[in-house]
Design a protein around this ligand. Structure first.
Ligand code: MTE
Length: 324
């Protein structure tokens, strides 16, 4: 059983380095002050402050994974964010000066409230939740991350999609000046920019789907997709698009970046599925970043990344070998 509904208990012993221990203490302190309804200007950052600052007013306990969280230094030091680099260990440094404020998000298409929203206007009215989810990358590694976010369904309901909206498309910022991986050149990833992703409307509305604005109790680090990214825990990591600037409601299924780049390898659905191999490697097992060495026995990958109970019904009757 992977999901338990109880208060998360990230044991201090699970957290290896001292800075993390201190962060956790600050997070608990912030939560206690928020719970007591005390305003403590200067002590606590605003809920939507800059990357790295503490988040306040975060509800916990709805979805908790009974597995040890991946150490903070690995979650923030090993990143896929091709806009900065294809070298996972270089992303954090290259993203240091990335500007995440001011930040606007365009809402377009089949929706009653299309507009270009300021980040705070779109997201601040919503409650923040901590959710400990596993992220399973298509490259057969995984992490367990205490994400902080807003259920995407809450935001979508407020925007009021029309009855014609069947899909939601997300677009990442395109800014080659700030994002060296978007500049043409020999060392590029070969992807078309901007990075785009999509979900079917029922996937977007599923209670597991988050708009992530933080992790480990702090505002989203830049390398993890600040200021806002998707977190879709039953799909391969590439669906969890980072640094979103546009949300479009569409009648037809949109193209997605990895599907456009390699149609035979990456489908629209990208549900974690140990029974469907990637054409070049098996998806049956995974290595946990920060814990397993290259020589450790790999862990078994679970159908829908362990969230079958919550999402299998979305795909009833579909051939998941065809719709990979
Ligand atoms: N979003 C954008 N815009 N660009 C990317 O390269 N990589 C994806 C996803 N979102 C990516 C992206 C992939 S392949 C993974 S595994 C996750 O981000 C990694 O998220 P993390 O760095 O928080 O672990």
């Amino acid at each position: 059983m992977l999901l338990i509904k109880q208060k998360p208990d990230i044991k201090e012993a699970d957290i290896t380095d001292e800075s993390l221990y201190r962060q956790r203490r600050r997070f608990l302190q912030a939560a206690a002050v928020a719970a007591a309804g005390l305003a403590a200007p200067g002590l606590l950052a605003s809920p939507f402050a800059m990357a790295g600052e503490k988040l306040t007013g975060v509800n916990t306990g709805r979805y908790v994974l009974d597995e040890k969280p991946t150490p903070y230094k690995d979650v923030t030091g090993y990143n896929n964010f091709y806009e900065f680099s294809t070298n996972k260990q270089a992303v954090a440094r290259l993203a240091e000066d990335f500007k995440t404020r001011p930040w606007k998000i365009a809402v377009e298409g089949e929706v009653a409230k299309p507009a270009i929203y300021e980040f705070d206007d779109l997201l601040k009215p919503h409650k923040l939740e901590e959710r400990v989810y596993r992220l399973r990358c298509v490259e057969a590694w995984s992490m367990v991350v205490p994400w902080v976010g807003i259920p995407l369904a809450d935001v979508i309901k407020r925007l009021q999609p029309t009855s014609r909206a069947k899909y939601v498309r997300f677009v990442t910022l395109h800014d080659p000046e700030q994002m060296p991986g978007q500049r043409p050149g020999l060392l590029g990833s070969g992807l078309d920019w901007p990075y785009v992703e999509g979900l079917r409307m029922d996937e977007a509305m599923n209670p597991l789907t988050l708009l992530g604005v933080g992790l480990y109790g702090e505002v989203m680090p830049k390398q993890n997709g600040a200021p806002v990214r998707l977190v879709v825990p039953w799909k391969y990591g590439f669906k969890s698009i980072k640094s979103i600037v546009k949300i479009q409601f569409l009648e037809t299924q949109p193209k997605t970046t990895w599907n456009l780049a390699a149609q035979q390898e990456y489908g629209f659905y990208a549900n974690v599925n140990p029974n469907v191999d990637h054409p070049r490697w098996s998806q049956k097992r995974e290595r946990r970043i920060g814990e397993d060495s290259l020589f450790s026995p790999k862990r078994e990958t679970l159908m829908f990344n362990g969230y079958a109970e919550q999402v299998a019904h979305l795909y009833a009757g579909m051939d998941l070998k065809k719709h990979y």
